[in-house]
Design a protein around this ligand. Sequence first.
Ligand code: CDP
Ligand code: MG
Length: 886
Amino acid sequence: SSEEVLDNNQSNRAMAFKEWAQNQMNKDSEPASEFNATQIPRDYVKSKGPGRALAGKVELPSNSIFQDSSDPKIKRTVKIDRSQDLQTSRMLLPVTELEQEIVETVLLNPITVICGETGSGKTTQLPQFLYERAFGSKGSLNPGMVAITQPRRVAAVSMANRVGSELGIGSPKVAYKIRYDGNTSPETAIKFMTDGVLLRELANDFLLTKYSVIIVDEAHERSVNTDILIGVLSRVVGLRNKRWKENSESMTPLRLVIMSATLRVSDFTENKSLFQQQPPVVNVAARQHPVTIHFARRTSPDYLEEAMAKTIKIHKKLPPGGILVFLTGQGEIDSMVKKLKQRFGRKHQSKAQVTLDSSRLSKSNAATGDVEIEDVDFGKSDDPALELDDYDIEDEEEDLGEESGFEEAREDESTSPMHVLPLYSLLPSEKQMQVFEPPPDGSRLVVIATNVAETSLTIPGIRYVVDSGRAKERSYNEQNGMQSFDVSWISKASAAQRAGRAGRTGPGHTYRLYSSPVFENHFEQFAKPEILRMPIEGVVLQMKSMNLDVVDNFPFPTPPNAVGLSKAEKMLTNLGALTSTSLTQAQSRFKITELGRSMSLFPVTPRFAKMLVTGFQHGCLPYIVAIVSALSVGDPFLHEEALKAGLNDDDSEDARQAVRKAYFKTQQKFASLGKNTSDLFKVLSAVGAYEYAGGGEAFCRANFLRPKAMEEIRKLRAQISYLIQSTYPSIDAKFIPKLDPPSQTQVKVIRQLITAGFIEQVAIRKDLVEESENSGKKFQSCRGIAYKAVGIEQDVYIHPSSTIFTEEPPGYITYTEIVSTSQAYMKGITSIDVSWLHKLGRSMCRFSKPIDVPANAKLQTSNTKKDVIVEPFFGPGRGIKLPAVK
Ligand code: CDP
Ligand code: MG
């Protein structure tokens, strides 16, 4: 079991290591595989070999919902000829031993759960078992396709290729379909796809009539799509089989198989609203070699340098065997691949520079130090000392006693080249496939991967794992409603999975780039399901776009908060993404609108999606993309505290003054575009200026910007532009880093587009609110001017940092966030014209008595209708047409 494998018991580990080292000594370069084909006894091959399910008969009991047919013409098996080699390697997979049991369970039950360690053969073998049982074959009882869903595109493509070649039939018989790509045809019998693709198909064919079995793979990952998929399928399977019972002429049965890499499947199996009857669970025994786990003594925030150092160390000092490094994303991976290739790639061998560049290390602000358990911090550390020696494997393992022993290992490996490969979701599929090929003779395979290598893909020959302990996770800031992908700690379960990757071929080692106290105290036992880490309105919009209109009693494996669900429906209605088709007030059904459908194509929070969808008007798209990117990344401006930190103690008062002056000057400069109208133009100006200057740290330093944030914003702009371009071919959204300053008209349009996105977050000056008790009161300064924000009880105020923090602030504003200190302050403010509201926020307006505007209020109001330039998209006949979707 995995607990055994990951046993931290020192003596066990020492033993395992000794045994392994001994093996190395004796065997020299022969791979140490316990399951060497030659060791398998012949009779085992006969009795337990693959294809056993074809020989074994399945008697369907009379009470089974599935009936058998006595018609001899019905096709029951499909014969596949595989090479002896392939048969032998299939036989080594733990699932083949259970082939008969698995096939029987699936044949007898509408829903089956299969648990088995990563690499046990679930993904590659299950579809084959079923295919050989005539699933997906015309003339059989189950002629519909075999579908296998994956949370990741990488896995869908590479597994389709693998299964195609194992069956010797290839595409289009075995095909894949991912968004924007695929090779399916009417001939397809086995179809790999992302869970998103199947969800979209469900919107058009709720009974999934093209399929005979749906295998939901990697269910343990608990991605939103997988969760929703399992919820829907729990109903679809029942409905489809009911239809089939009623009319077996026109309908065939449907089965669901849920596959998971962990045993923790109770969210599925014990969830009464999901499955009234607990589905049977088939457990595939793990076949793992021991893996020794090495914790780092300290936890450095700079895991990239650490991963680099550790990988080089392993390569130089340890015996042959692949190295798998877990990082968080494409950028990091590409850069590490490049560096390693430069130093250790085949071509660059002569120039190989195997010492670490310690000057760079110590300059890096992410210096390490003893990170106390209390203050783990990815961003900074105040101990500047970084001694390279700290990272010697030998040194670190002194504590672990016995099993250091790296001295015993051969030291002459440093000359062998590395075969370095990246692995992440957006990598072209032919590049992805390279990880499955053996490395060139004499070189060491080094794969730098995201957590796609955690459970989705098993890379052969890995003996060492370097685990950064981090992953990019979708997270959600409840305060400002922003969604982002942030680097954060993985769960203990994930860490165990990663460690396990080292023990597929033989005994292995996992180097964790974090200390055991950090692991114990900061790692959750299991990752939270994604559905709980996402703004609920995003989930609701996604579901509505799949025509899943009833969200409040949807059978979620882990249900989100019910109040949140109905709030989200209301918000989406106000954004114009849903429309209420109420029969009665209590029974209203919110259905998606055309605008909502367009919004659902963007993986950003719905209000940003709305700004992007509507943003193409008057050439404003590039500005909206920049604003949305900036809001997603977070504030790129250094603030006064940071300013203080930038000053040295021995700086003269004059020098300090000069810095302060320069700071406020740049702030003013950036704010001038949106002076008195919108704070969001400040960040737009900063982005524009930064790109005109050609980017760079120097510009950021001179203008008090965070270089990392500015880089992130640029990356996100490029990504979003690409996304728009691929979604709406008719719109020119090509990414050009440089932005021309917006025209006066555009400035206004941008404010309106911001209003369209933040229509929920409108505030009205309190002295303009009719029933306000304060209306007679005189105000000395705007500090006293309170606002009434829609949906918020307490008074809110303009944050002093805002450009509209003036004597006479506007009557109507939108804000992007509220920060609460002694009072609730609005930030990210944009002044709006009251006449925009009824057009952009129709569903929120109640037209009663006209608002009485005090004569002395110098408000920028204009009641002329033609002043509204942005067109909203409410309903057919009103507003303008949305661009065509690809
Ligand atoms: O799904 P599960 O993790 O249980 O295992 P799998 O993905 O079906 O992998 C079974 C075996 O096939 C592993 O040992 C993989 O390394 C191997 N495999 C391969 O060699 N080449 C591929 N393209 C895919 C899998
Ligand atoms: Mg798998």
